[in-house]
Write a protein that binds this ligand. Structure first.
Ligand SMILES: [Zn+2]
Length: 122
């Protein structure tokens, strides 16, 4: 059972990654990026915008999204790492379906029906 407006803590990074729905293809890269950060806390804030991570004490060290990681930099913009799978909705069953290009009749500039035959040309 989840309480949607509370921050959810996880004992390990992988538990947080699984709960957040980060594609497993990205896990090795994430673990590589955060390996030096000495992380001890992993949680998902009520917004569920990302996984926040920190050491045993101190500030947040990395924000992990489904397709990218932001590492806060002292006095500057966060450093963003893109992950191998970073489409906006990579976990959905439709992610693998590529949208077909729309076919247009070269003479009439009308979108063709599924059979590819322009009704005005026939
Ligand atoms: Zn036509």
């Amino acid at each position: 059972m989840t309480a949607p407006r509370t921050r959810r803590q996880f004992p390990t990074l992988t538990a947080a990654l699984a709960d957040f729905g980060v594609p497993q293809e990205n896990w090795p890269k994430i673990q590589e990026i955060v390996a030096d950060l000495d992380l001890a806390q992993f949680w998902i804030p009520p917004s569920r915008a990302h996984i926040s991570t920190a050491g045993a004490t101190g500030p947040i060290k990395a924000y992990i999204g489904k397709g990218s990681i932001d590492i806060p930099q002292p006095g500057g913009e966060p450093l963003r790492h893109w992950l191998p799978v970073n489409s906006p909705n990579p976990s959905g069953p439709r992610a693998a379906v590529r949208e077909l290009p729309v076919q247009v009749c070269p003479a009439h500039h009308m979108q063709l029906p599924a059979n590819g035959q322009c009704e005005d040309c026939e």
